[in-house]
Design a protein around this ligand. Structure first.
Ligand SMILES: Cc1cc2nc3c(=O)[nH]c(=O)nc-3n(C[C@H](O)[C@H](O)[C@H](O)COP(=O)(O)OP(=O)(O)OC[C@H]3O[C@@H](n4cnc5c(N)ncnc54)[C@H](O)[C@@H]3O)c2cc1C
Length: 378
């Protein structure tokens, strides 16, 4: 008999894990996936929504479309996790598992940055929708893409935001009346890849975008239009594109699994310190950035190792910490950041120069996952 696998969270990690096991075992699989939402949205789609390139309704992928043999996807809110007994309590009941996989992602902690809740952010679907309503009324001024802390999801996304904002304002004839600043808590835009950082900084310079390194937004006064940075300096703004501080979901913190904010794991196997409990993706401290490509690659490793164990073998798949993220450049171009986090003493990265081909590759990336997880035609 196959073991019961309980997957918490149907994001990049949870969906890929379910797919990996289902593809091997078919109806023999016993996988339950729990998520409180009724739809999945790719992180990058929030940029498309914010800039009015699409609507949030158009980018929602309804969980009702998921049809994976041997997988049940339940819409429930997880209220408690007991990693010792692998028992999970939701608003609908209690679930027990032989193997528990926590893939609950990272939440936004708006309260950690005073005033941010009264201002605007683009990292949630709701925040992106609100900015999509506001942007057409923007008549020029100082726009700040401001990070409130690290780590944050998808390190290239804030740089994409300034490039796409630049393009948007040029098209509307507002660029000359506007200033764009990118406030980031790192010294360079994409620290693990110096080549990518150099390219981003050169593109910022070409476009007259100011990069404010080593700083984060500590508080926001939306009424006065002032962001106070962590060194006490003030930045006046007319438009705030904030990136809230991130944290593990409350239910994870309350479970006692987290240390220093997230769940520590063996970076090669994604095992937690609790037997038969795994954590992956944004909710875990793996030593790689918080991005969907990393979450899904980790999920494949956990899935394959669980399959091996169920067949009585010794798991041997190891997560390698290698991944690539697209970075939209504006004007129909995208670059790509490729980073290897584990092979050397320090991460090493390369950069693929912006091209129209890479925009097509990004579209194909989304299409493959829509097909793989939601059965949608490519
Ligand atoms: C603007 C932006 C752009 C991005 N661009 C990219 C990109 O180009 N490439 C890339 O790889 N990544 C990108 N990302 C990052 C990517 O979206 C995340 O890193 C990825 O979704 C993490 O996957 P995950 O499985 O760990 O968590 P998630 O995908 O966040 O899934 C977690 C799931 O857990 C569920 N959940 C949480 N708490 C509960 C609860 N109590 N009960 C039930 N369910 C719960 C949530 O509803 C969610 O569905 C971007 C993110 C943003 C914000």
């Amino acid at each position: 008999m196959n073991a019961r696998i309980l997957v918490l969270g149907a994001g990049f990690g949870g969906l890929e894990l379910a797919r990996t096991v289902s593809a091997e075992l078919g109806t023999e699989a016993e996988v339950v996936v729990i998520d409180k939402s009724d739809a999945f949205v790719f992180g990058y789609a929030k940029l498309d929504v914010m800039f009015g390139r699409t609507t949030s309704a158009a980018v929602r992928l309804d969980y009702g479309l998921v049809e994976m043999p041997g997988v049940r996807l339940l819409r429930e809110t997880i209220q408690a996790i007991d990693p010792h007994t692998r028992t999970v309590t939701t608003d609908a009941g209690v679930h027990e598992a032989d193997h528990l996989v926590v893939a609950l992602g990272a939440d936004y902690d708006l309260g950690a940055t005073p005033g941010l809740a009264d201002s605007t952010e683009f990292y949630s679907v709701g925040g992106a929708e609100r900015l999509a309503e506001m942007l057409p009324d923007f008549t020029g001024g100082h726009a700040v893409v401001g990070l409130c802390g690290a780590p944050f999801k998808c390190p290239p996304a804030p740089s994409e935001a300034v490039f796409l904002l630049h393009e948007y304002l040029v098209k509307r004839g507002l660029r000359e009346r506007s200033r764009i600043s990118l406030v980031m808590p790192f010294g360079t835009p994409i620290p693990p890849s110096p080549d990518s950082s150099r390219a981003v900084l050169a593109a910022c310079a070409e476009r007259g975008i100011e990069f404010v390194p080593g700083r984060r937004v500590a508080s926001v006064d939306a009424g006065r239009g002032v962001a106070t940075l962590d060194d006490g300096s003030e930045l006046r703004f007319d438009l705030m594109l904030g990136v809230p501080r991130h944290r593990a979901p409350d239910v994870v913190i309350e479970s006692g699994m987290a240390e220093d904010g997230y769940i520590p794991v063996d970076r090669h196997t994604l095992e937690t310190r609790f037997p038969d409990v795994y954590a992956l993706g944004d909710v875990a401290t793996v030593g790689v950035p918080k991005a969907g490509v990393f979450a899904e690659a980790q999920a494949r490793i956990v899935g394959r190792n669980l399959l091996t164990r169920m067949r009585g073998g010794e798991p041997s798949d190891r997560y390698d910490g290698i991944g690539s993220c697209f970075i939209e450049w504006g004007d129909g171009l995208a670059g790509r950041v490729n980073v290897d986090f584990f092979s050397g003493e320090k991460p090493t990265g390369t950069f693929d120069a912006p091209s129209a081909d890479l925009i097509a590759d990004k579209a194909a990336f989304g299409a493959r996952r829509r097909a793989r997880w939601f059965g949608m035609g490519t």
